[in-house]
Design a binder for this molecule. Structure first.
Ligand SMILES: [Zn+2]
Length: 70
């Protein structure tokens, strides 16, 4: 179940709620009871675009590969 971050505009408190995605946009109430809250962007880590640096070219060939050095 995804977790959503909210911030209360009345007292400035931030809090988290676990709720189904179907209710992601439902209004949330501050733990202090204030109804004026805003949903923050989720900070859930998104996988799939892992950094994959290209391997450096090279290896093989070169001078000593052909017996020219010895
Ligand atoms: Zn509040």
């Amino acid at each position: 179940m995804p977790r959503y971050d909210f911030r209360c505009r009345s007292c400035g408190a931030t809090f988290e709620l676990n709720r189904p995605m179907a209710r992601a946009n439902d209004p949330a109430t501050c733990p202090e009871g204030h109804p004026d809250t805003v949903k923050l962007l989720s900070t859930v880590a998104v996988t799939g675009a892992a950094a994959s640096a290209p391997a450096p070219a090279g290896g093989g060939g070169g001078c000593c590969g052909g017996g020219c050095c010895g």
